[in-house]
Write a protein that binds this ligand. Structure first.
Ligand code: ADP
Ligand code: MG
Length: 403
């Protein structure tokens, strides 16, 4: 049986089809973070789609229609989630005029009128109740405005929505955009044709959300570094009293199983040897570094300690491939971000092929200014997690395949 990554690399890309004179619909992921005034705080996702859009412009598509969701509207128009701000940023990045379409059915004829280099942006696709229900009729309607469907929304490719999945039933030619291909190539490099030793660094809040990932990749990796609240459950499994730290009591047995499986597969496991502990997350008065065995009553572990940073840094320094998913502590708070940021720098400084999956991890790497120094940072949090879990993502499932 071929792996999920091999299967997904087998889809046709935009380069494999002739788009000249065709109406091209590109499902992009412009679900960008915004501040309270709706200003875009990070336009990485828009930038990531530019190669695909520009390729279609350069190869004489009849018209280019961009489709995306933004935020979580409830299947109806909501000004808060309108794409007006996104349109502005897109125009600036593309350096050309983009036409906004409120109602794609009404604008059908306009989209079909060939005029080279015309780019349309549909209003938030989640304003339609059919989108997230993957409604067949809605998918059919959406399909009727294009000849070629291009999926380049990696960040949404784990969803079975109309515009990411259902639409493929009604379009003859459906291919992946360049971002989708780049994401798959990056994960393929880390897991299909990797240079050993491979180290997986996991962290974040919960073992329960990452257990499938651990089970799926344990056989492929050489070393496993565990930090964040996730490591609290493992330390608990070793018999340490974690006091008020966040850990999952229901998963202590699972943690023991993972440790056993790692041992049987010859995977070396590294857990924190010291921790940053505090009396309160919101209003810390007392912050200390203690050995992992010595968390005090009423205190909680919120970051890895300096000795652990040193230990983990040595491990990543000896690795040739590093996959990172999950921060080492509550990195959102300045006081508890040191462990995550220092490890980010150690990974960035290594000579390894380095890849980040996970939304919060990507955000942490960005906040400490190391984004440019990683080999690849996935644009999809949930999607990259499901990919690492061994799943074939719905966004790739029904695309045309190479021979
Ligand atoms: P990703 O989005 O990269 O997959 P997760 O969503 O799994 O990462 O985890 C990120 C969250 O984990 C962050 O909000 C962070 O504050 C939290 N976290 C990490 N370590 C701890 C800890 N020791 N205690 C509580 N929360 C933690
Ligand atoms: Mg997250």
């Amino acid at each position: 049986m071929i792996s999920n990554i091999k299967y997904m690399s087998g889809v046709k890309s935009l380069k494999d089809v002739d788009i000249s004179g065709k109406r091209v619909l590109i499902r992009v992921d412009f679900n960008v973070p915004v501040d309270s005034h709706n200003n875009i705080t990070d336009d990485r996702r828009i930038r990531a789609a530019l190669p695909t859009i520009n390729y279609c412009i350069d190869h004489n598509a009849c018209s280019i229609t961009l489709v995306t969701h933004f935020g979580r509207p409830k299947g109806a128009y909501d000004e808060k989630y309108s794409l007006v701000h996104v349109k502005k940023r897109l125009e600036r990045l593309l350096n050309k005029n983009v036409e906004f379409i409120d109602d794609f059915e009404k604008s059908k004829d306009e989209i079909a009128t060939c005029s080279l280099e015309r780019v349309f942006l549909l209003e938030n696709i989640r304003f339609h109740p059919g989108e997230q229900k993957n409604d067949r009729e809605f998918s059919k309607k959406l399909a009727s405005i294009c000849d070629i469907y291009v999926n380049d929304a990696f960040g949404t490719s784990h969803r079975e929505d109309s515009s990411t999945f259902g639409i493929t039933e009604f379009v003859d030619t459906k291919v992946a955009g360049f971002l989708m291909m780049r994401e798959i190539e990056a994960f393929s490099k880390a897991l299909e044709v990797p240079v050993h030793p491979i180290t997986l660094v996991v962290g974040g809040a919960k073992i329960s959300t990452k257990i499938t990932l651990l089970e799926s990749v344990l056989k492929k990796i050489d070393k496993l570094i565990i930090g964040g609240a996730m490591s609290n459950t493992f330390l608990k499994a070793l018999g340490y009293d974690m006091k008020s730290s966040l850990y999952e009591a229901d998963y202590v047995d699972t943690a023991i199983q993972v440790l056993n499986e790692a041992k049987n597969s010859g995977v070396k496991v590294y857990l924190p040897v010291d921790l940053v502990v505090t009396d309160s997350i919101e209003q810390p008065i007392d912050i200390k570094v203690v050995p992992a065995q010595d968390v005090m009553d009423t205190f909680m572990a919120v970051d890895i300690g300096p000795a652990t940073v040193k230990l983990f840094s040595e491990v990543v320094g000896l690795s040739n491939t590093i996959i990172w998913n999950g921060p080492m502590g509550i990195y959102e708070s300045d006081k508890f971000s040191k462990g995550t940021f220092k490890l980010a720098t150690a990974i960035a400084d290594s000579y390894a092929y380095t890849i980040v999956g996970g939304g919060d991890t990507a955000d942490a790497v960005d906040r400490c200014g190391e984004s440019e120094n990683f080999s690849f940072i996935s644009t999809g949090g949930g999607a990259s997690l499901e990919l690492l879990e061994g799943k074939i993502l719905p966004g790739f499932k029904n695309l045309d395949r190479k021979e």
